[in-house]
Design a protein around this ligand. Sequence first.
Ligand code: DSN
Length: 414
Amino acid sequence: MFEHLKKSDEAVYDIIEREHRRQEENLEMIASENFASFSVLEAASSFFTNKYAEGYPGKRYYGGCLHCDEIETLALVRCKKIFGAEHANVQPLSGTSANMAVYFAVLEQGDRILSMDLAHGGHLSHGHPLSFSGRFYEIIPARNNLQTGLIDYDEMEKLAMKHKPKLIICGASAYPRIIDFKRYRAIADKAGSYLMADIAHIAGLVAAGEHPSPFPFCDFVTTTTHKTLRGPRGGVIMSKKEHAAIIDRQVFPGIQGGPHMHIMAAKAAAFGEALKPEFRLYQRQIVLNSKALAEGLLKNNFTLVTGGTDNHMVLVDMRNKNMTGKLAQNILEEAGITANKNSIPGDPEKPFVTSGIRLGTPAVTTRGMKEPEMLRIAGFINRAVEAGDDKKTLEAIRNEVKAMTSDFPIYKNE
Ligand code: DSN
């Protein structure tokens, strides 16, 4: 693997190899990360890297796009089939650019958006003041119930009726429970709002029927392709047919130039995998693993936001362990467990410190780990948190993690 790069540029090769080793040896628990299959990695590094293809299949601005048309059409057909979407655009370079294209399609500067507050599980691109979304639009932040951590649909409805936002966004980057798209639709209808779901985190679960679908309830559905969906890094927009033209126009030429055709090939390959029966089993296992992890943590007296999980992630409130999210992240990293600090509803700490830790099971499930391993991981986490700055104990855990991960290699025989 990488034999040409190894010969031509040892510096780059060595860094790539070190990152490869880090991924193999650590427990990857960041809920938004995953390991794409080797086929997807091959497609992502294919000859399509070399090609410009502004426009859409059959309507390109450059010559030589025959095979770009073929690969984009294949990606489109597969994407629509997976999600039962009327229209798809597979060109967005990221989830944030997918969201931006939807906003530009239906909103004018200063229009109102109602979305989940970042500190309550939302996403930067849903209206944070430092993001373009918070600078260009008037954001009405919705907060979850502080006691339960759950989305407060009644409060959401009140806010929608008071502010009549042009767009309501449902979807989150740190919410461990089922999202009720039907309820959101009812609120949007009452307030006269467009409804967009950002399913980046749960796309794989939706594809496999492990989470209810946002269709037919949402006008627009955006996602990334690299989280539970297990594809390359990129974005997708799906919509009702009536919005097809405004979406396509906003992606190109609205906010992007040439699509990344190598990533398009990798998206097509990943969508092909998502259509296979084993993908359903994989997604099922992600949820089972998440529930097992939650159970293991609860047994060790961790406090979970919402009390548990329905999806691929667990959000841990570290306050009863007298530890910030930042410190917990650092300690876990020393023990060979990669996670991220995360704000929790009503968090007294700043976003760079936080009181929470977000843990996800997509990547460890890709390695073939199941419920017994999740219980072991909960035990590692507990021991690491109890160890605090005891370096010797953290090193001992890291060695156990290394032994465990070596039994579940990511890229077997590659
Ligand atoms: N950064 C992603 C996450 O971790 O949820 C969202 O873009």
